[in-house]
Design a protein around this ligand. Structure first.
Ligand SMILES: CSC[C@H]1O[C@@H](n2cnc3c(O)ncnc32)[C@H](O)[C@@H]1O
Ligand SMILES: [Zn+2]
Length: 420
């Protein structure tokens, strides 16, 4: 058992008792009453639910800084995809470990990923102690032979992850986007999602260019097109980006309970645009936050997304009340958990013990009055202790699950292979 004593949580100082992978009690807990307990002194700390990143390509930590200041299509076609052709399980494994360290240090406990070489990713997630939803990213480019291969791979990885029997690693399906995946592939994805009871993770409406391509091909906007053949029926979908949406598309997102992953930093950096988040909120749509990969962000610090979300939409709408601090924070916690269907995102009895502690003795966190405001507008994202699934993975800034130095060394080595 783990007992966090005198920590500021849910508005007051109290104790948190963790048993197994769950929060057993919040309130006053006497250590004498419990046997075999590890005590964490929470006096100087606050406890928040671990953050949930709903759109990443985690091994892309190794692509950090390789192609900046470009629009999406040029970035993908001329830089990222040629480099991705050199990937293998080993490179992806080390890139993922680097990403896990970065996320743990910045308070993220769960991520929703779409990428290749899922054996390497799963191994790294397992070792790091993180929680993840992993989808093999499918791209068929409208070619039948490629489609069959991609679908086989996707199914193979769902089975592979299920056989790992690790409750922290959840399989999903990841068709890349409507401009890279055929209707036949997308229809099959809906079928497989129901067959294996897994969610779907897809890029939607990121740029005007891609929407134009889909419209020229199908005569419809992407959400209308996918909806026309039942892609969103009876499945749980996380749609990343959703930057440019028509009223009709917003109606579909609402009707089909599609979860939106807002990635403001990636969208700003690739000059894709700004998603109409206040409009989506008015419709009661579940908005969550993602970083996207490190090629387009260039880090995995979800606290940055929280702050940007809270301030960006104020500026764009000339209205400081459109997204309040707590709303942005909930995007990265409660709403993320809802999207991924996990009992996390809040510190509550019976919930998964995914908890982050922050030492408040930091100059930018004084005076200690409005904690939520500080977390959203003042905090730099460097947290102190992280518990995932009831296990301490970082203590006082030190990662306990993996050898940090070795990961940094290997990351440099893997990068040399990619750029050669
Ligand atoms: C098929 S696995 C994921 C695939 O997506 C690429 N990617 C990374 N960031 C983005 C983005 O913002 N939009 C579209 N595609 C993106 C990644 O490099 C992989 O090839
Ligand atoms: Zn992406």
């Amino acid at each position: 058992m783990i007992l966090i004593k005198d920590v500021y949580v849910n508005g007051k100082r109290q104790d948190i008792l963790i048993e197994g992978n769950k929060i057993k009690k919040i309130g006053e807990v006497k250590k004498e009453d419990i046997e075999d307990v590890e005590i964490i002194d929470g006096k100087k700390k606050i406890a928040i639910p671990g953050l949930i990143n709903t759109h990443t390509h985690i091994p892309m930590t190794l692509f950090r800084g390789v192609a900046d200041d470009l629009p999406l299509m040029e970035w993908l076609n001329n830089y990222i995809w040629p480099m991705e052709a050199k990937l293998n399980e080993k490179i992806v494994y080390w890139g993922t470990l680097l990403g896990c360290i970065e996320m743990i240090k910045s308070g993220t406990t769960t991520f929703n990923d779409m990428y290749f070489y899922l054996e390497g990713i799963s191994k790294a997630v397992d070792e790091s102690g993180m929680r993840a939803v992993l989808a093999y990213g499918m791209i068929d480019l409208f070619d039948e032979e490629r489609r069959e291969k991609e679908l086989k791979n996707a199914e193979k990885y769902i089975k592979y992850i299920n056989e790992l029997n690790n409750s922290r690693i959840i399989p999903a399906l990841g068709p890349h986007a409507p401009y890279t995946c055929s209707k036949e592939l997308l229809m099959k994805v809906n079928e497989l999602a129901k067959k294996y009871n897994v969610m779907i993770h897809i890029h939607m409406n990121e740029t005007l260019d891609e929407i134009k391509t889909v419209k020229e091909k199908t005569g419809m906007e992407p959400f209308i097109y996918l909806n026309s053949f039942g892609f969103f029926d009876d499945v749980n979908v996380v749609a990343a980006h959703c930057v440019h949406l028509t009223e009709g598309e917003i109606r579909i997102i609402k009707e089909k309970n599609i979860n939106v992953s807002h990635n403001p930093i990636s969208n700003l950096k690739l000059a894709s645009g700004i998603a109409p988040i206040p409009k989506l909120l008015k419709e009661g749509i579940n908005v969550t936050l993602g970083t996207d990969g490190c090629g387009s962000n260039n880090n995995l610090n979800l606290f940055e997304e929280i702050k940007i979300t809270a301030i960006l939409h104020k500026g764009v709408n000339l209205n400081p009340t459109v997204i309040k601090a707590e709303t942005a924070f909930n995007f990265a916690t409660k709403n993320g958990a809802k999207a991924l269907n996990i009992k996390a995102g809040e510190i509550k009895e019976g919930y998964l013990a995914d908890i982050v502690l922050i030492n408040m003795d930091k100059p930018f966190l004084y005076p200690k009055e409005n904690i939520m405001s500080h977390l959203v507008y003042a905090f730099n994202g460097f947290v102190d202790d992280v518990i995932i699934d009831g296990k301490i993975v970082m203590r006082e800034g030190k990662i306990l699950t993996v050898d940090e130095e070795k990961v940094y060394e290997k990351a440099e080595e893997m990068y040399e292979i990619l750029r050669s």
